[in-house]
Design a protein around this ligand. Sequence first.
Ligand SMILES: [Zn+2]
Length: 394
Amino acid sequence: MAFFDLPDAPGVTELAWPTRVVLGPGALARLPRELERLEMDRPLVVTDAGVVRSGIAARVYDVLARADVSCARFEAVQPNPTDRDADAGLAAYRAAGCDGLVAVGGGSSIDAAKLVQLLVTHPPPLSRYDDAAGGDRFVTANLPPLVAIPTTAGTGSEVGRSGVATLPDTGRKTVIFSPHLMPRVAICDPQLTVDLPGPITAATGMDAFTHGLEAYCAAGFHPLADAVGLDAVRRVARSLPRAFRTPGNLAARTDMMIAAMEGAMAFQKGLGASHALAHALTPIAGLHHGLANAVVLPSVAEFVRSAAAPRLAAVAVAMGEGPGRSEEALAGAAVERIRALVRELGLPARLRDAGVREEDLPRIAAKAFEDASHRTSPRPCTEQDLLGIARAAW
Ligand SMILES: [Zn+2]
């Protein structure tokens, strides 16, 4: 099917795009007004040591103090949150008599805040709400409000409905998923991202790119996710290299914040083999999530090329390739464009250059196969396929 043909009638489906977003340079100043709208008088600010060191937490406290909002602080979220972050955050919330949360940071801080928010009205353990075990049915609507202020342009957790934590009961990165976990408002201020180190700009940006691309190519019917996922690809391709080279470029930083939101909105449709492998590479080889996606994505695109040529052809055009060639040729050009983008951002081109050991590849493939992300891959993957992709990327 050419990508401009009409698909078959899809039957009955469900679509949702509900998050309120305040976007643009200076958006942080709107925080007090948003708290007032939510009738939040005593927020708990949830953040991590890196955000404190960067001075961004102090800017948030300053905006609150000037509006006479008294907040409590929990500044100890770990890079990959566990149940301990949620428990400690809950203790801080209770001790200070809070009535809502403000998450400031990347995916870790926002995810940790979602889990604290859940525990305020839901009994532990968190493993009870494990999405893989159908735990979403226990999550009810009576959660305190959450405002998300992202400080990276990557995960899109500010518009997402899941929180991820490594839990002792499950022994793995556990996804807790419910529409009720979605922040009530996301305040997306690109000024908060201009001081990000280049490698973090690159890696988080490639996470947003991978969300857009994998969602767009995923099996399943979600025309809104398709449109928005492809737009994320277009924005990252044009703006991530600019944001990387000239960190203070606010137009590029704004474009990346939009792309990050779009990527996360799109991946409710599904992801693919790149995320399955990334979810194994982080715990086994210690790779940053976005970096892991960036390194394996060209090999994943090569793997799905035969099954998703029309979609990859559209990706190539979104990345600046001229149309007017066969879909097969354009799909091949997409793979080359992705490789070139990774190179341009100074990221390692191969897993071996990122410090992954060859003897760990079978374990990585086995863990990736357990991950649900590859189930929506446009070309179905066996464990052997995932090992083949990992070897190609190595
Ligand atoms: Zn991701």
